[in-house]
Design a protein around this ligand. Structure first.
Ligand code: 6PG
Length: 257
């Protein structure tokens, strides 16, 4: 069990979900705790013969977590019952250095016995709008016509406050019908594909894994109850019935009261 340095519970504004903040010494400890939560969610999902539907983030932060899942925690998950999705993707081919799919393969998926047909990547090499619609169709086939109910969604947060590829000020923040959209991120001069809050908020467990001093100001803004969601898109993540957990390290928490 990871050693937690501090734990606090914020009363959720909505009575329908609980929100918990856990602070760990460093990224290694935070990743270990997140791995434990993923194992517990997988066991909960498969206990009654069900599937474990896991949505992964990209970026740098989850690398340690994915490596832990591929090694120490590998035997604790029934990979044949797992289906893996992505919360977002860069619009590049799957073998590109920036591909979130490639990162997850290299650190995790190439090292566990998951059936290839259970790995559902976003097609970053296609025309973005078409790729977004195709991924939405894939989700609707997998989950039925209702909004997805992922067993576990892993999210990160950028230093500018974005999560998935929901960037501050983006029109995607106001999307209420679509499950997946293509977004133009001007400052990166790139397109991204991203799940919308509607697709994420049906999940049973949602975890933000955030580490590093460079995230401290954005985390403070995210926890400030007066901030507008257009400035802090993490505020749009509010599970309908599930549980929201922030697993952060001390450095990321250093600017928060
Ligand atoms: C991506 C992500 C993104 C990520 C944050 C944090 O494709 O970049 O899925 O939302 O979680 O940008 O990224 P880092 O972990 O690299 O700081």
């Amino acid at each position: 069990m990871s050693s937690m340095n501090k734990r606090s519970v914020r009363p959720a504004q909505s009575a329908n979900f609980s929100e918990v903040i856990e602070v760990y010494q460093d990224l290694e400890q935070a990743s270990r705790r997140t791995a434990e939560l993923i194992v517990a969610a997988a066991q909960q999902a498969t206990a009654v013969g069900g599937r474990f539907d896991l949505a992964l983030s990209g970026g740098e932060t989850p690398r340690t977590l994915y490596s832990l899942l591929a090694t120490e925690f590998r035997a604790s998950i029934a990979w044949s019952d797992a289906h893996v999705f992505w919360v977002d993707e860069r619009c590049v081919p799957p073998d590109h250095a920036d591909s979130n799919y490639r990162m997850a393969c290299e650190t995790l998926l190439d090292h566990v016995p998951i059936p290839p047909s259970n790995v559902h990547r976003m097609r970053g090499e296609e025309e973005p709008e078409r790729a977004a619609r195709e991924y939405e169709s894939l989700l609707r086939r997998h989950f039925g016509d209702d909004a997805p109910r992922f067993s576990f969604v892993l999210l990160g947060m950028g230093a500018d406050g974005h999560t998935a590829s929901l960037f501050p000020g983006s029109p995607a923040l106001d999307e209420r019908e679509r499950l997946v959209v293509a977004v133009r991120v001007e400052k990166l001069r790139a397109y991204r594909l991203t799940l919308t809050p509607k697709a994420i908020n049906g999940a049973v467990h949602i975890v933000f894994l955030v580490a590093g001093q460079e995230k401290a100001e954005a985390l403070k803004t995210a926890f400030d109850e007066t901030t507008d969601p257009h400035q802090a898109p993490t505020k749009l993540i509010r599970p309908h019935r599930g549980e929201l957990r922030w697993i952060v390290d001390r450095a990321a928490m250093s600017a928060s009261p």
